[in-house]
Design a protein around this ligand. Structure first.
Ligand code: FE
Length: 174
């Protein structure tokens, strides 16, 4: 796939994400394909759009979280209490980021995971906003902000990836 067609595919997906649905291609791929290595590439090719382009593609909530590092209110998102099996893909570009297999009830009101679905799919940056030094998690492909990661998580990793529901789209395992 050329870079241009890849971006076009990503844009098509993001347009669907705005409507609150999942792109047909993703639905058709939901299971078991989504859990295979082929659907979860080790090499991630970054995509870069302008702010104006993201604004057109995303609903205001997703734009605020993904592109302005916003945070949804605790217990307000769609996924904090979701116990269905499946994967959570980036609401900006559709990359698989989180799996229900790694989800746990943190009691915080945000979806929480012990690890990303693949280390290569999530980038961690130091965030020193609000007078705190935290580790910020973002999608490795589109740079969309996901949430923060802390060292008070359960086994096996001891990490708590605290993620905004609206930064993801849940794809239920069929
Ligand atoms: Fe992304």
């Amino acid at each position: 796939m050329t870079r241009r067609s890849f971006v076009a595919a990503a844009l098509a997906f993001a347009g669907c994400a705005r409507a609150g649905g999942v792109a047909p291609a993703l639905k058709g791929n939901a299971a078991p394909g989504l859990t295979t290595e082929a659907a979860s590439p080790a090499t991630v090719t970054p995509i870069t759009l302008t702010d104006a382009e993201w604004k057109k593609l995303l609903n205001p909530t997703a734009y605020h979280i993904l592109r302005e590092e916003g945070t949804e209110r605790a217990y307000s998102g769609a996924h904090w209490d979701n116990h269905a099996e499946g994967v959570y893909v980036c609401a900006g570009c559709g990359l698989q980021l989180w799996s229900s297999a790694d989800k746990f009830d943190s009691g915080t009101g945000w979806p929480s995971f012990t690890r990303p679905i693949r280390a290569e799919h999530v980038r961690v940056n130091l965030d020193s906003s609000y007078g705190m030094v935290r580790e910020e998690a973002e999608c490795a492909r589109c740079g969309g902000h996901q949430g923060h990661v802390f060292d008070d998580g359960p086994k096996p990793t001891g990490r708590r990836w605290c993620i905004n529901s609206e930064a993801t789209v849940f794809v239920k395992r069929a």
